[in-house]
Design a protein around this ligand. Structure first.
Ligand code: F6R
Length: 348
């Protein structure tokens, strides 16, 4: 059942502290230094194949691998099969919650025909992807009923962060960031003002999401969640791309959500983009940990606890999940079963 929640989606959003703990369980040594995943890989390069929300998680994986100095690329599975890149010794990683998505399975089969070693990152034990790939990394999110993927996204990103640490070794700071993540997600859930923000911008013409680095795929994911359950126009952009076209869409009636955490170069540049949209009269909502002055340029703030930049993306995403949920709820949409969509897409 829905355990007292109005929708499975809201229940699953609230399950994230628990599903993230499950993903970590017995995989990270409390003393630090080792991450043990039951998969035996040592890739020189990684190609991700995935669809939809899982593609956004894979896209986060690309940033995480790059930070560790390991080359990685993410492909939309449908495009990978259409125009397959040379595999050249790369590990091909299929990221799929259900493990049954036809496009992702086809891309993996294509990679296998080209001699690639394959790894499945999935939630479902015994799924087709886990049977067909050489190895499987389970995300352990527990069953997800809502068509809109929520807890499986955060667990996919966490599993990919663990995969990176299994290659590089984990510092004490890495282990602390992982250990703090479930509690930080809980804090976001307990204190979120997302409902108030959904109300404030109800009836807008469109909803835009911007970010850099890990916050770019989070922006794409924020927009996908928003459009699929509210049926409103929502788009995510790399913050730096705004001025190359999308800025023309920005008006007083298009709120822009900007994820800006930390106090580094990335935050400084995104704040520059926030000022650009603010100057065009767009309402701005910043998702921030308060380590920068983004809030000064914002009409509303969605707070996240201060954390490691890698986990900050997951925290920012939880706020955007809640915004999408409440916006759709205000419109009385069929949140757990949006029109035209299915939980498991087994056709190409
Ligand atoms: C969006 C959503 C879809 C899936 C996509 C891939 O909320 O759920 O975009 O992420 O259909 O599904 P899996 O992960 O099962 O391969």
């Amino acid at each position: 059942g829905k355990s007292g929640y109005d929708h499975f989606m809201l229940k699953e959003i609230h399950e994230q502290p628990r599903s993230l703990r499950q993903c970590l369980r017995e995989r990270v040594s409390e003393l630090g230094g080792t991450v043990d995943l039951d998969v035996d890989v040592a890739p020189d390069g990684v190609q991700f194949v995935a669809c939809g929300t899982s593609y956004h998680a894979a896209f986060c994986g690309v940033s995480l691998f790059h930070e560790a100095g390991i080359p990685a690329q993410a492909f939309l599975a449908s495009e990978y099969a259409t125009s397959p890149p040379p595999v050249d010794g790369d590990l091909v990683v299929g990221v799929t919650q259900s493990g049954e998505t036809a496009d992702t399975l086809n891309a993996l089969r294509e990679a296998e025909r080209r001699g690639a070693e394959t790894l499945a990152v999935t939630n479902v034990v015994g799924s087709t992807v886990s049977r067909e790939c050489d190895q499987t990394l389970y995300i352990r999110a527990g069953p997800e009923i809502g068509v809109a993927a929520t807890k499986t996204f955060s667990s996919q990103v966490l599993a990919l962060a663990l995969l990176v640490l299994s290659q590089t070794g984990a510092s004490r700071q890495d282990v602390a960031a992982l250990r703090d993540l479930p509690g930080n997600v809980q804090q976001v859930l307990d204190e979120s003002n997302a409902e108030e923000i959904a109300q404030a911008y109800h009836g807008s013409d469109a909803y835009f999401f911007i970010g850099r680095g890990l916050h770019y795929p989070v922006s794409l994911e924020g927009a996908l969640k928003f459009k699929e359950i509210s049926y409103e126009h929502a788009e995510g952009f790399a913050a730096g791309e705004l001025k190359h076209g999308p800025l023309a869409l920005v008006t007083e009636n298009t709120p822009v959500f900007a994820a800006v955490t930390g106090d580094g170069e990335l935050a400084r540049k995104t704040i520059g983009n926030v000022k650009e949209v603010e100057a065009r009269g767009a309402p701005v909502v910043v998702v921030t940990d308060g380590r920068n002055d983004a809030a000064r340029y914002a009409d509303h703030v969605l707070e996240v606890p201060t954390s490691d930049e890698r986990t900050a993306a997951i925290l920012a995403n939880v706020q955007l999940q809640l915004v999408a949920y409440h916006a759709a709820d205000l419109l009385d949409r069929s949140i757990d079963k949006p029109r035209n969509l299915a939980k498991s897409v087994t056709v190409e």
